[in-house]
Design a protein around this ligand. Structure first.
Ligand code: AMP
Length: 305
């Protein structure tokens, strides 16, 4: 695996394989690689001739007062992990390469997709920073496919919108969330958790499991589902910042859970020093049609006087 730091080096490294018809897969990351990132690299490796992993802590997606400075950084460790999972190129640019003097363009995606949930909590700059950075990476590497995690469900939906709206012509592959043995979603920010908070952090997964079971059992009221999730979190003494039942594409809150439809349950909470997010997708059961004739034909189904 080669590490490159400039856009021209990246393009030069990709030129020959691209001419030869190689399929290029890009895995954008902010580093502090864990099993979640590695699952994206594995998937890209399985589907691409050339795998590019980018490593860049993007200042534009952090609001003032967030953890930009504290964000874990260890390029040597990340490089060894990426190489061990078959990456061909590590693109690790300095900030000035990505945002040179005079940089002035921002991509803003309007509407609830970027204004609710993470957009509401982290401010409008967050998804603008993500969208601008992802668009830049896609232009820099011009991959055939780019790999993202379902762990950041709203980000994945924003990226799908970006790629579709700007005709970026790249396949967006969204991979399942990788969890630890207790269900906690792997995250670079788990590094902020001390031993006691690591145990409490399981509250998010417990909430999602409770919500999932309720939807799978036929509960149709999103508020009732969310209440069950909140109760599961309270058992671990964790208060959600939000816990909502939303449409998986638009992220708009659902008024009712429709039969046989996919439902996304999203949660965020601060545990100790870490702000954590997680989500799960669950399909509501199909409505069971019970024809009146069947009822009247079955004596045991009749009301007795
Ligand atoms: P980050 O370094 O946090 O920007 O994440 C880089 C990519 O890895 C994003 O597409 C994330 O959604 C994805 N990712 C992060 N955590 C996980 C996880 N636990 N499982 C699967 N993908 C993940």
């Amino acid at each position: 695996m080669r590490t490159v730091r400039t856009v021209s080096e990246l393009r030069a490294a990709l030129a020959a394989p691209r001419r030869a018809g190689a399929r290029i897969g890009l895995v954008p990351t902010m580093g502090a690689l864990h099993g979640g990132h590695l699952s994206l690299i594995d998937r890209a490796r399985g589907e691409s001739d050339v795998v590019v992993v980018s490593l860049f802590v993007n200042p534009a997606q952090f609001a003032a007062g967030e953890d930009l400075d504290a964000y874990p950084r260890d390029e040597a460790r990340d490089a060894a992990l990426a190489a061990g999972h078959g990456a061909d190129l590590l693109f690790a640019p300095p900030v000035e390469e990505v945002y040179p003097e005079g940089f002035a363009t921002t991509i803003a995606i309007a509407g609830p997709l970027t204004e609710t949930l993470e957009g509401a909590r982290r401010g409008p700059g967050h998804f603008q920073g993500v969208a601008t950075m992802v668009a830049k990476l896609l232009n820099m590497a011009a991959p055939d496919a780019a790999y993202f995690g379902q762990k950041d469900a709203q980000q994945a939906a924003v990226i799908r919108r970006l790629v579709s709206d700007l005709d970026l012509g790249v396949e967006v592959v969204v991979c399942p969330t990788v969890r630890g043995p207790d269900g906690l979603a792997l995250s670079s920010r788990n590094a902020y958790l001390g031993p006691a908070d690591l145990v409490r952090a399981v509250a998010l997964w417990r909430a999602l499991q409770a919500a999932e079971s309720a939807v799978a059992a036929g509960e149709r009221d999103p508020e009732a589902v969310a209440d069950l999730g909140r109760a599961a979190m309270a058992e671990h003494d964790v208060e959600p910042e939000y816990l909502e039942v939303v449409d998986p594409q638009t992220l708009a809150p659902l008024e009712a859970i429709e039969p046989d439809a996919e439902t996304l349950v999203v949660v965020a909470a601060t545990v100790g020093r870490a702000r954590l997010i997680d989500n799960t997708t669950v399909r509501a059961p199909a409505a069971v049609a019970t024809p009146a004739t069947t009822l009247s034909a079955a004596p045991e189904a009749r009301c007795s006087a």
